[in-house]
Structures are given as structure tokens and as C-alpha cells.
Design a protein around this ligand. Structure first.
Ligand code: COA
Length: 190
């Protein structure tokens, strides 16, 4: 178990869904519910000392490249209740997801609205670096029109893997559409 002072980070349970719903920014609670039982995704909550859910976060796995955004594990949204911000909860939720991804892939990805200075500062402090800028990554678009694709991990090893998989692949125009929810709530913040 992770503690952040009086906070605890744990896997979300179905009974957390109403609380997660109050924190949800875009996306649907149905997609969160599906993610709870999806072995390719993780959903976490942060709870206060009295058990109140004060933050949540999840990952999303894209199975196909959508250049410049590759297939892979994405940190798919993190929200902390306003009264609980700037106490390290967003950082704790992100570190825990990074550790989860690290067990499965060399690189963790994330997309953030270019206007979201708080989220960009948080992720950069944890080692994320900019990989690309654009109006859309996979199905995520951005208020204001510009998002930033961030990457943390062993980029060279990842690039090798992508090159190898592309060599055996068809031209990108022939690739199937990305699978998964039509619009994860990553990167659509103010
Ligand atoms: C972004 C968010 C999750 C951060 O949660 P948090 O618990 O406050 O984050 P932390 O306390 O771990 O902050 C870590 C660092 O991020 C940066 N940061 C966080 N909030 C910030 C803000 N409002 N302005 C500037 N930098 C900020 C700071 O560098 C901070 O370190 P510091 O407090 O030592 O200065 C929270 O503001 C939030 O829920 N925002 C709305 C949802 C959102 O935009 N999610 C991200 C989508 S990609």
C-alpha cells in the first residue's frame, strides 16, 4: 500500500464508481467501470484518512499506432478533488501508474492539453519529456486545439520495437482504427 501522509493509493473497486463519477472530467463512468476489470488497464483511487475518495486515475492501452502517437500504455487521466490539490496526490497516483506500466512496457505515454500547466509540470517533474505536439492524438482532442504527447522511459528501445513492428506491418493508411473507448478523458482539461 502507498501512503501519502494520511492518503492511501489503492486499486479502484466497483463501489468507488459513484465517487469517481463526481471527479470525472469528460469520458463516461461506463468506460471507467469496464476498465476496472480490464487486465490491460489500471484504475486507482486516492483516499483520505477517513476513506473519502479524493482523487482517481487510470491508464489506457492503445493497440495501434496513430502517428505520431504510438500504440502503448497511456496514463489516461488523473483528477484530484480541488480541496486536496498540491499535497502530492496527483504525483502519487502518477508514480503508481508509471510503476504499473513499467512492468508491462519500456515506455509510458501521456497526452496533456498544452494549456494545462499544472499537469505538464507534474508529468515533467516525473521525467516525462515532450515527444510531439498536435491537435489530436488517437481519439483525444483538446480544448484550445493543441495537445502535447509526453513520453517517459527508454525511448530508444521503444523506437526499435516500433520500427520492427512497422517493418512487418502494412502502410499506415491500411492499419485498422485504434481500439478502445472513442474518447478517453486524457488531455481534454482546461
Ligand atoms: C493536475 C492535478 C491532477 C494535480 O494534482 P495535485 O494533487 O495537485 O498534484 P501534486 O500535488 O502532486 O503536484 C505536483 C506538482 O505538479 C505541479 N502543479 C500541480 N498543480 C499545479 C498548479 N495548479 N499550477 C502549477 N503547477 C502545479 C507542481 O510542480 C507540483 O509540485 P509542487 O506542489 O511541489 O509545486 C490536479 O490539478 C487536477 O486534478 N487538475 C484537474 C484535472 C487535470 O487537469 N488532470 C490532468 C489531465 S492530463
Amino acid at each position: 500500500m502507498d501512503d501519502t501522509g494520511a492518503m492511501m493509493i489503492r486499486h479502484a473497486e466497483p463501489e468507488d464508481l459513484p465517487s469517481v463519477g463526481t471527479l470525472l472530467r469528460g469520458g463516461s463512468l461506463d468506460s471507467v467501470e469496464k476498465a476496472l476489470t480490464d487486465p490491460d488497464r489500471v484504475v486507482l483511487v486516492a483516499t483520505s484518512a477517513d476513506g473519502e475518495v479524493v482523487g482517481w486515475a487510470k491508464t489506457h492501452r492503445w493497440c495501434d499506432d496513430d502517428p505520431p502517437a504510438p500504440a502503448g500504455h497511456y496514463l489516461g487521466g488523473v483528477t484530484v478533488a480541488e480541496d486536496w490539490r498540491r499535497r502530492g496526490i496527483g504525483t502519487a497516483l502518477t508514480l503508481r501508474r508509471m510503476a504499473w506500466v513499467r512492468e508491462r512496457a519500456n515506455v509510458a505515454w501521456c497526452v496533456v492539453n498544452a494549456r494545462n500547466t499544472a499537469s505538464l509540470a507534474l508529468h515533467r517533474a516525473l521525467g516525462f519529456v515532450e515527444a510531439a505536439r498536435g491537435p489530436r492524438f488517437h481519439t483525444t482532442t483538446f480544448d484550445g486545439g493543441l495537445g502535447i504527447l509526453l513520453r517517459a522511459g527508454d525511448a530508444d528501445r521503444y523506437a526499435d520495437a516500433v520500427t520492427t513492428s512497422r517493418a512487418a506491418d502494412q502502410p499506415s493508411a491500411a492499419r485498422p482504427s485504434p481500439t478502445g473507448p472513442s474518447r478517453p478523458e486524457v488531455g481534454t482539461g482546461p
